[in-house]
Design a protein around this ligand. Sequence first.
Ligand SMILES: [Zn+2]
Length: 494
Amino acid sequence: MSGDKVLIFDTTLRDGEQSPGAAMSIPQKLEIARQLAVLGVDIIEAGFPISSPAQFEATKLVAEQVKGPTIAALARANANDIEAAGKALAAAKKKRIHTFIATSPIHMKHKLKKEPAQVLKMAVEAIQCCKNFTDDIEFSPEDACRSEIPFLIEVLNAVIEAGATTLNIPDTVGYVLPYEYGQLIAKLKSDVKGIDKCVISTHCHNDLGMAVANSLAGVRNGARQVECTVNGLGERAGNAAMEEVVMAIRTRQDFFGDGGLSTNINTKEIYRTSQLVSQLTGFVIQPNKAIVGANAFAHESGIHVDGILKERSTYEIMTPETIGLGGSRMVLGRHTGRAGFADRCKQLGYKLTKDELEQAYQRFIEIADKKKEVFDEDVAAIVNAEMRVVEQTYTLDYLHVASGTGTLPTASVKIGVKGETKIAVAFGDGPVDAAYEAIRQAMDLRPKLAEYSIRAITAGTEALGEATVRISENGRTFIGRGVSTDIIEASAKA
Ligand SMILES: [Zn+2]
């Protein structure tokens, strides 16, 4: 068992997208999938093709365009679902169908309204159906952790016999604790017939904050695939966070037996991937989030700083460089030319067209004028903000906000709406509120502001601020993002 690999099955695009409010467009999914390939995940679960035409299309495009990882699609245990998954995956070089059916008494009785014998039959038939499309077949007994173990073993025996190659054991509702989950994996590993030929997989939810701990308990007991998502996105409280699982396995190799365990992840891409997913979904990363939070490598107390300066390992179990943070902190400024800026963009992994580069460069010069030092994170924020504007429907031509003690916050705006210019003036509870009110009036819109957050991208009082705004109108949710050295301007742009 020495030196085994743990496969990373990323489900950011499927389970992650089921986070309330995290819906991603098809181009966004493609962009994330490409980055997941660069990151080195083994399997990308691209979607649930039967569930909607957009899901089908996204899965199909990822299967066609993203090279490297195996591309997986989800299907319930019926022929229609499996056929849709098979069709969506047709172009993939390596494809996997992931089919599932619930095996817990509570799900069988209330959700499926089926007897165990029927469920067993459907599971076997589903595997047989998958074989028409691929030999790489994953089976999940949904709600495995609340299933009766003898029945769970019976179903797993039968699906292996039918041809399943990966057995995923989901803690669908995030109910179990690490010790229990580890015991369950150990029991299945010893009692299910033919399981040695299959890969055992974990799929843990974070309802009790145990998703990563449970996944690792599964690995410790023989699981060799972990299903996870970037930043722990996912249904309800989310899935196991990819970056935590990967860094725990890497940092604690000593814990996982002779020779340790490893993954195929290029950890230096972790930070960039995390940022990309956060920016595209509008889900801001909490500062104290393990591995990728802004404070994850920040040392504050005097004793800690002193220790770090003397010997980093006194208070640091991982270095920020391993996750791709702050390796080169070379600073750009207003004297940086186009070539220097282009070179940095390239180093940061951006492939920009000439026009895009010029646009980003203009923005960079504006920012470099206000801010003496421009860091890599700033460059990334500029490029992300400038380049991902799919269609600039509105342009902010002018914004003036007056606020202070004793004055009523007032904003005046001039906005270009598809070639027309609109002007409005409004009061508000605060400067941001006033700016929004003025924009609403100018655009004649009444959207509901669902969520608003501001974060500083880099440190210092002149740092770039990134404002993320989630608005909803007529049941549709829009996410806007703006970057500026002025938070009010950033908010308005968003
Ligand atoms: Zn799930």
